[in-house]
Design a protein around this ligand. Structure first.
Ligand SMILES: *Cc1c(COP(=O)(O)O)cnc(C)c1O
Length: 361
């Protein structure tokens, strides 16, 4: 860790890889001999062309994205996609949603404005402590798409399989587990992710979409939500979030240099299993999510005593960690451990948890 940096367990915006921040700092005032910062540069310049195309190229390499998929950079974060997905993909007016958390529920509510939405599965009655198994999915064969939230950031659950919806394209919000494991993109019609969890700074969403799902412009569709137009304009119909795209390129290059998605998956498994093994070894803490659905990215837990949880959070701050407070919908604690979190950060947290347990049991 460089001087003064702390272990930041924020769910998002979250820790970035230190070498990426350092590279951005070194290039801050004069990018590649251009005499200016990326922030100051025309998005129509040759320099910026290389950045936006390079960002797509590295993502395509890292995920091995097939040629019939396009990569789009869109503004409005992940939430804007809650609207863009139904507007672009709901061609006959029917779509099916799995509701496994707050973001999935918000996406469902938004889609309901535009068509006939069927709930294919929901864990809402259990406060979203689990993700459905394949046999729990009730997908209509004539739905235009089937929608999931691949990692439920707030509740700490994750889909550990690619859902099979037959001929119905699967759409996945991967905001909080993008770049964390290899994914066979061909099993999805579209995946998207807000950048600020595991890909870069806030300000954009990355969309990876199968070409034949685009081109369904509907009347009154806001121009910036039209996937086909965004693809035709190489995500530059208007000024794109230039600096966020540049940072996302650096993060994805870092992933590639570190050994790609296999290496990210190995580290994510290691970080999360260290924490879960410890949680399972003691009665003092209780994991919030059901075991089979546990997320490798967001680990939710509590002591079972609200006062003690508060004390935990305060003392963790005093010990040099930050953002361990759980979301208000779950309570307790949440440790978000994305790609940039070093193993030592998790070791440090577990050490602290052990001491806290000894002092308070
Ligand atoms: C954070 C998050 C969102 C919302 O992202 P914004 O960029 O704030 O709109 C949506 N889905 C998931 C899974 C998230 O983690």
């Amino acid at each position: 860790m460089s001087e003064g940096r702390i272990y930041n367990f924020s769910a998002g915006p979250s820790m970035m890889p230190l070498p990426v921040l350092e590279k951005a700092a070194a290039e801050m005032t004069n990018y590649g001999g251009s005499g200016m910062s990326v922030m100051e540069m025309s998005h129509r310049s040759k320099y910026y062309d290389d950045i936006i195309n390079g960002a797509q190229d590295v993502l395509r390499r890292v995920y091995n994205i097939p040629d019939n998929y396009r990569i789009l950079f869109m503004q409005g974060g992940a939430t804007m996609q809650f609207s863009a997905v139904p507007l672009n993909l709901m061609v006959t007016g029917k779509a099916d949603y799995a509701i496994t958390g707050n973001f999935a529920r918000n996406a469902y509510k938004e889609a309901k404005k535009f068509g006939d939405i069927h709930i294919a599965a929901t864990s809402e009655a259990d406060n979203f402590t689990w993700v459905p198994t394949p046999d729990q999915l009730d997908i209509r064969p004539d739905a235009d798409y089937f929608y999931i939230c691949a990692n439920n950031t707030i509740f700490g659950t994750e889909w550990h399989y690619d859902p099979n919806a037959g001929d119905v394209p699967v759409v996945a919000d991967m905001s909080s587990n993008i770049l964390s494991k290899p994914v066979d993109i061909s099993k999805y019609g579209m995946i998207y992710a807000g950048a600020q969890k595991n890909m870069g700074p806030a300000g954009m969403a990355v969309v990876i979409i199968r070409e034949d799902l685009m081109g369904h412009y509907r009347e009154n569709m806001p121009v910036l939500l039209d996937y086909q137009l965004m693809a035709d304009k190489n995500s530059m119909y208007n000024t794109p979030p230039t600096y966020s795209i540049y940072m996302m390129k650096l993060v994805t290059e870092w992933v590639e240099q570190m050994g790609g998605l296999e290496a990210m998956a190995k580290n994510a498994d290691l970080r999360s299993s260290m924490l879960y093994d410890y949680l399972d070894s003691t009665d003092f803490y209780k994991g919030a999510a059901q075991k089979a659905s546990r997320s490798r990215m967001n680990v939710t837990f509590r002591t079972g005593n609200d006062e003690l949880d508060k004390k935990f959070i305060q003392e963790s701050i005093d010990a040099g960690m930050t953002n361990l407070k759980g979301h208000r919908l779950v309570g307790g604690m949440r440790a978000s451990i994305y790609n940039a979190m070093p193993i030592e950060g998790v070791e440090y947290l577990i050490d602290f948890m052990k001491k806290f347990e000894n002092n308070n049991k």
